[in-house]
Ligand binder design. Structure first.
Ligand SMILES: NC(=O)c1ccc[n+]([C@@H]2O[C@H](COP(=O)([O-])OP(=O)(O)OC[C@H]3O[C@@H](n4cnc5c(N)ncnc54)[C@H](OP(=O)(O)O)[C@@H]3O)[C@@H](O)[C@H]2O)c1
Length: 279
């Protein structure tokens, strides 16, 4: 399906590694968009571009111009300002303004609430919430001026269903949902949209490692059985009873970025495999 994203410039923060961001970037590339790949180091950005180029050799797009690496740490004000300046250089170089901002970057870990000190809470707030605040503060007015653009926050079902062992994460994800809805209110009467995407448990690199440890801990021989046990015990409300593939999250995200999704604004788009039991 042609999502009408050809030659649109889209940035995906935290799109290195093998996570949701990388898969969103990859699908955008297949759709013909200019995609800014971001992570904290030049090495991780270069590796991701090489990986996407290699696994999409049959795609007609020119990866050397369509995949643009912009390393930068978006968890601080200084890092975000530098990142914005670098994005402006990209806009000038390719001669088009930013169409899509995907606030994907996010940190998470499991830890007891009583063992989490203030600095960790602040780190979550800076990385998961403020990165999106700063980038949206810069780009939303410009999108509104041009009457074109998309902002997405890759939140989580944890934003609706905070897990006690991941509280700073859950609180940061709830804040992204509120932020997206509040920013969407500012787009009234324009063609710009702001939405949040709420993935459920997704098989990324970090989760794969966690499941291997889970299998060892419970003396389970196969990954298939470990996943079945995990979902039965820890995620009984999941209708899917398996992890989402990052491509499944990317598909919904990239559709929401498309001009075809003009009617989706201020929404909290679930891609959680039915984990959250609500209507
Ligand atoms: N995995 C899940 O089950 C799941 C479920 C629901 C929602 N989500 C959300 O989906 C998003 C992506 O998650 P993921 O599992 O795909 O994560 P991931 O695999 O850990 O990828 C995140 C990427 O962000 C980069 N990064 C970290 N801190 C950064 C910073 N300060 N500035 C710039 N880049 C930074 C890292 O790359 P470098 O090391 O190269 O910097 C890493 O490649 C997150 O917002 C997460 O909350 C994930």
């Amino acid at each position: 399906m042609d999502l009408k994203l050809k030659d649109k410039l889209v940035v995906v923060t935290g799109s290195t590694g093998d996570g949701i961001g990388k898969h969103i970037a990859e699908e955008l590339f297949r759709q013909g968009a200019y995609v800014v790949i971001n992570g904290r180091s030049q090495g991780s950005v270069d590796k991701t571009i090489a990986d996407i180029t290699k696994s999409n050799a049959s795609v007609a797009e020119d990866a050397s111009t369509k995949l643009i690496g912009v390393p930068g740490d978006v968890s601080s004000e200084e890092g975000s300002n530098k990142f914005i300046a670098a994005l402006e250089e990209v806009e000038t170089k390719i001669g088009t303004k930013l169409y899509g901002l995907v606030n994907n970057v996010g940190i998470f870990e499991a830890k007891e609430f009583t063992e989490i000190a203030d600095d960790k809470w602040i780190e979550y707030y800076q990385t998961n919430t403020m990165s999106g605040v700063r980038l949206s503060r810069h780009f939303l007015p410009l999108m509104k001026e041009r009457n074109e653009g998309r902002i997405l926050f890759i939140s989580s079902e944890c934003g609706l269903r905070p897990l006690p062992h991941m509280l700073p994460y859950g609180v940061s994800k709830t804040s992204q949902i509120a932020l997206a809805r509040g920013l969407a209110e500012m787009t009234k009467g324009t063609a710009v949209t702001v939405n949040s995407i709420l993935p459920g448990p997704t098989m990324t690199g970090g989760v794969r490692k966690y499941m291997q440890e889970f299998a060892e801990m419970h003396k389970i021989a196969s990954m298939e059985e470990a996943v079945a046990t995990y979902f039965k015990d820890a995620e009984p409300t999941s209708l899917l009873q398996r992890f989402l593939d990052p491509n499944e999250v990317a598909a919904v995200t990239v559709f929401t970025l498309s001009p075809l999704a003009a009617g989706v604004n201020g929404a909290c788009q679930m891609v959680d495999g039915g984990v959250v039991r609500h209507i």
